[in-house]
Design a protein around this ligand. Structure first.
Ligand code: PGA
Length: 241
């Protein structure tokens, strides 16, 4: 399966900083061992679109609503992302779930809408520390996948990003053993649901010095990277493992 290295820039980088980043990154991108995808913040998407025209580097939005247009103040349109040449929409990131109240039903509508447009949803799942410590990880992931994929089309592209909430932005990366075990579980859940061809990315404090150990684990098909994707050099090192 092809590897995918995705960058989640969250609420960082202006359009100007986005252009400067890509001027530098494009020089380094040739070493990537898989597909490279960027998720800039909404206001910088057009700068990303212009900078990446004519390259094989993909991009998308960190969130989009399940309608193309209408009275939905503050939302992003996946249709506009498509029109600008984007390929992906990140859906259900843990920050969307915990800070903005997104639940699995909304996630399911977004996944289905994005697939219907011909874009690829990158569905994020993951357990909290409390859930891991009370041995609920499998159940939590199974529920998020069951509900989040309830309206999804098995014949259309889908990417899943497993991001343990306790490892996001904390510097606390999951161990290779934890990643191996959990990715194997995620794969088995996806298989039971008929989505076994979906690549499974790991996310949560991925850095150049831990990426090589993690990519070797079973059912790890790439990474979703936050902090370490903000610098061209560190992200290109991760994308070339
Ligand atoms: P991090 O973020 O790499 O900074 O932990 C990952 C993410 O939130 O996607």
């Amino acid at each position: 399966m092809k590897k995918i290295f995705a960058a989640n820039w969250k609420l960082f980088k202006s359009p100007k900083e986005t252009r400067e980043f890509f001027a530098q990154f494009k020089e380094l991108a040739g070493k990537a061992t898989g597909e490279v995808v960027f998720f800039p913040s909404a206001i910088s998407l057009e700068a990303a679109s212009e900078s990446l025209k004519g390259t094989s580097i993909k991009w998308g939005a960190q969130n989009a609503y399940f309608q193309a247009q209408g009275a939905f103040t503050g939302e992003n349109s996946a249709q506009v992302v498509k029109d600008l040449g984007g390929s992906y929409i990140l859906i259900g990131h843990s920050e969307r779930r915990s800070l903005f109240g997104e639940g699995d039903a909304l996630v399911a509508d977004k996944v289905a809408f994005v697939q219907g447009l011909g874009l690829t949803p990158m569905l994020c799942i993951g357990e909290t520390l409390q859930e891991r410590e009370s041995a609920k990880t499998f159940r939590v992931l199974e529920t998020q996948l069951n509900l989040g994929l309830a309206k999804a089309d098995k014949t259309k592209p889908l990417v899943v990003a497993y991001e343990p909430v306790w490892a996001i932005g904390t510097g606390k990366v999951a161990t290779p053993e934890q990643v191996a075990e959990t990715h194997t579980d995620v794969y088995s859940i996806l298989k039971a649901l008929g989505f076994e061809s979906a690549p499974i990315l790991y996310g949560g404090s991925v850095k150049p010095d831990n990426a090589a150990g993690l990519i070797k684990q079973p059912h790890v098909n790439g990474f979703l990277v936050g902090g370490a994707s903000l610098e061209a050099k560190s992200f290109s090192e991760i994308a070339s493992v």
